[in-house]
Design a protein around this ligand. Structure first.
Ligand SMILES: [Zn+2]
Length: 256
């Protein structure tokens, strides 16, 4: 593992454009449960109740959705960036990061200090709420306060449209601008580092392939094996936090 860490650090130092691709593994190390894993929220709720079409169609679905979303938001609000998030933010400060493409909705890259224009959120974010009708944006905590005071479903002050966290739900199309930018950046980079993603959810799963076809080096840092391990130039199995802290340390040593 030490040797792998040193190698990735060297590649970062010499890369022109490093793209980091972050998955759920990064969030779980900050104490946010992986909602798809056993014991996760989907065992308690029926995912079909949360299809976007149902949210649009019925008040009862919206109410169930907000109950679940409220439960999921608790750990998200409390969570703090871990050493992997902090290392990614530090790489930006050192001008060693093209962007971070993330599957996570917890806003932890923002909290860690990455700037808005470096973060591409493929699945949206739980940190704010939007009106599905007029697109007006609301602070998440403000809306949670309305629910705490007894509202079952929040509606827009301006137009009365239903409010929903700005996350991408089942059955909702991927955000066009973010998806396009993620593909573009993946194809233009020369180093693509996957951190904490099992690379099975589309379209995320195809991005390492795009990078590889454009001759970028592919690094995978994940607890478990992924379908792309064979194709990767380097794979490190383990916890993202300590591994990224080690890589950052080596980058700093070499650049100082
Ligand atoms: Zn509205």
């Amino acid at each position: 593992m030490e040797e792998g860490i040193r190698q990735v650090a060297q590649w970062i130092i010499h890369a022109k454009k490093t793209v980091i691709f972050a998955g759920a593994g990064l969030s779980t190390e900050s104490g946010i449960p992986d909602f798809r894993s056993p014991g996760g929220v989907w065992e308690k709720y029926n995912p079909e109740d949360f299809y976007f079409q149902n949210f649009i169609a019925s008040e009862a679905s919206r109410e169930k959705y907000w109950r679940m979303a409220t439960e999921m938001y608790g750990p998200i609000k409390k969570a703090q960036p871990n050493p992997a998030h902090l290392a990614i933010a530090e790489l930006e400060r050192m001008a060693k990061l093209d962007c971070v493409i993330t599957q996570n909705i917890d806003g932890l890259h923002h909290k860690a200090g990455n700037s808005e224009e470096k973060i591409i959120e493929l699945h949206g974010t739980a940190t704010y709420v939007t009106c599905l009708n007029c697109k007006k944006r609301y602070d998440r905590d403000e809306i949670q306060e309305r629910l705490r005071r007894g509202a079952k479903v929040p509606y827009c002050d301006d137009c009365g449209g239903p409010l929903k966290p700005a996350t991408i739900s089942f059955g909702q199309s991927m955000p066009e601008r973010e998806t396009e930018e993620a593909y573009q950046r993946s194809s233009a980079c020369d180093l693509f580092i996957v951190i904490g993603s099992s690379l099975v959810v589309q379209p995320a799963a195809s991005m390492p392939l795009v990078a590889k076809r454009s001759r970028a080096k592919l690094v995978i840092i994940n607890r478990d094996p992924t379908p792309y391990d064979e194709m990767a130039d380097l794979v490190i199995h383990g916890q993202a936090g300590p591994i990224m802290a080690g890589i950052l340390n080596d980058v700093k040593k070499d650049l100082s």
